[in-house]
Design a protein around this ligand. Structure first.
Ligand code: AMP
Length: 229
């Protein structure tokens, strides 16, 4: 297992990793980070709890340069997952400050439009709301370099594929795409074949069983109680 230093991450990112208390890479990080730093597209079969977020975020932060338009777009199926990724992105960019913007539905457009005018480097979004912004001309993805499609099987289950396809169509063809899904049924493989260029596949752990580091609980609550919960 390589150390974080041996994966080739830049100095500011390594310092942020140390500050986060991470001592060594998880298996998916050890595999994905060097490949992503080499510029490969990646298909990762790996669940939440395996360190997947850092596996895609660290090499992207490491590679990002100055720009006035979004360079990185991360699509997540739910606002909760998107918010978790935002938190981690802010941790990893501690010594290389980036303007990270979270876009999801269920809230007004005003603040999001203002924030989009404020030149975000990284946009983390759920598909429906992002597509609204694209169609209204509020976001310019023409300088995008990194596209992350996370939890793709869940996005598919939630009926997002047409939105996801239209968003990918709006991204420049010359980009690096990192694609993660816990399961890889045919429809997802087809989407991956279309969205990725000569991807390298990485598989960590069993594809169908939940990660052992995650415990599950079910709390039935009304929409109005969700944030509080
Ligand atoms: P994820 O699979 O991305 O949802 O990550 C699961 C949890 O593991 C998160 O709380 C991370 O902060 C934590 N984590 C990720 N990578 C490492 C690492 N290399 N060492 C320690 N904790 C980690």
């Amino acid at each position: 297992m390589p150390s974080f230093e041996e994966t080739g991450l830049s100095g500011p990112v390594l310092r942020a990793v140390t500050r986060a208390g991470y001592e060594e890479p998880t298996p998916i990080q050890a595999k994905a980070i060097p490949l992503a730093l080499e510029g490969h597209d990646i298909i990762g079969a790996s669940q939440t709890g395996t360190g997947k977020t850092a596996a895609f975020s660290l090499p992207i932060v490491s590679q990002m340069g100055p720009s006035t338009k979004p360079q990185c777009l991360i699509l997540e199926p739910t606002r909760e997952l998107a918010a978790q990724v935002e938190d981690q992105m802010n941790v990893f960019s501690y010594y290389k400050p980036l303007n990270v913007l979270l876009l999801h539905g269920g809230v007004g457009y005003g603040h999001q439009i203002e924030a989009l005018e404020n030149k975000p480097d990284v946009v983390i979004a759920t598909p429906g709301r992002l597509l609204d912004h694209i169609e209204k001309g509020n976001i310019d993805l023409s300088e995008l370099k990194f596209l992350v499609l996370d939890e793709v099987d869940r996005m598919l289950d939630m009926g997002f594929p047409p939105d996801v396809k239209r968003i990918i169509d709006d991204c420049p063809k010359d980009r690096q795409t990192l694609f993660f899904s816990a399961t890889m049924p045919g429809a997802i493989q087809t989407l991956a074949n279309w969205a990725l260029r000569e991807p390298v596949s990485i598989e960590v752990g069993g594809r169908r069983s939940p990660a052992e580091t995650v415990s599950h609980a079910f709390y039935p609550v009304g929409m109005d109680q969700r944030d509080e919960l």
